[in-house]
Design a protein around this ligand. Structure first.
Ligand SMILES: *Cc1c(COP(=O)(O)O)cnc(C)c1O
Length: 193
């Protein structure tokens, strides 16, 4: 389980670390870069996962900070990540985000373009892709989106599925999630912004 600690400060995160939880998700690079280095100094085996949109000009910071980047979704990002991974000799594990609801405002590769994009990541950019991630549309029943993500992963030979949040993680698990991302269910309601 990825504990989504976005918008929660160190004082809220520390008790989880002390209790032994080590996998956390953040959606903004800037926020994570401020909060996590001191926490990680105390808990070096923490796994930090980027679950928010990534701009190619932030690839350097993302590669330096995160252990897993779940939001690879276009060639420009893939190219920037490949370059930075070589430059820094740091190799975060990568997931491709799929926009299963085909929402214009949402990040992620379209389902019809996912296979070709994953192949391009492998052949053109030399990146190993470990799995897929999706955020279903807020107003849709999530099951078909989880099922679609699982289907794409299966036909592309990918094992990891990051899907399911506080409201639907049980369903996501039934449909094959290997990583559920829980914010509210762990930390309570976010109210800082
Ligand atoms: C905030 C966020 C979550 C956690 O959402 P909750 O409903 O609070 O569990 C999961 N995934 C992503 C990508 C998020 O941005």
């Amino acid at each position: 389980m990825t504990a989504v600690s976005k918008q929660h400060d160190e004082a809220r995160i520390l008790p989880l670390l002390k209790a032994g939880h080590r996998v956390f998700g953040e959606n903004r690079i800037q926020e994570a870069a401020l909060k996590w280095p001191p926490l990680r100094a105390q808990f070096p085996d923490t796994e930090l996962r980027l679950i928010g949109p990534l701009q190619s000009n932030k690839a350097k910071e993302a590669v330096a900070l995160f252990d897993v980047i779940e939001t690879v979704d276009r060639p420009k990002i893939a190219a920037a990540l490949a370059r930075e991974m070589a430059e820094q000799d740091r190799h975060p594990r990568l997931l491709v985000q799929v926009n299963t609801g085909e929402e214009p405002q949402k990040a992620g590769v379209l389902p019809t373009e996912a296979d070709a994009f994953i192949e391009k990541c492998r052949t053109e950019f030399g990146l190993q892709i470990d799995g897929l991630m999706c955020i279903p549309p807020a107003d849709d029943a999530p099951a078909p989106h989880f099922a679609l993500l699982a289907k794409i992963a299966q036909r592309c030979g990918l094992r990891q599925l990051s899907m399911g949040m506080s409201a639907d993680y049980a369903l996501a698990s039934q449909l094959g999630a290997t990583h559920v991302r829980i914010g509210t269910g762990v930390f309570g309601v976010r109210n800082r912004r």
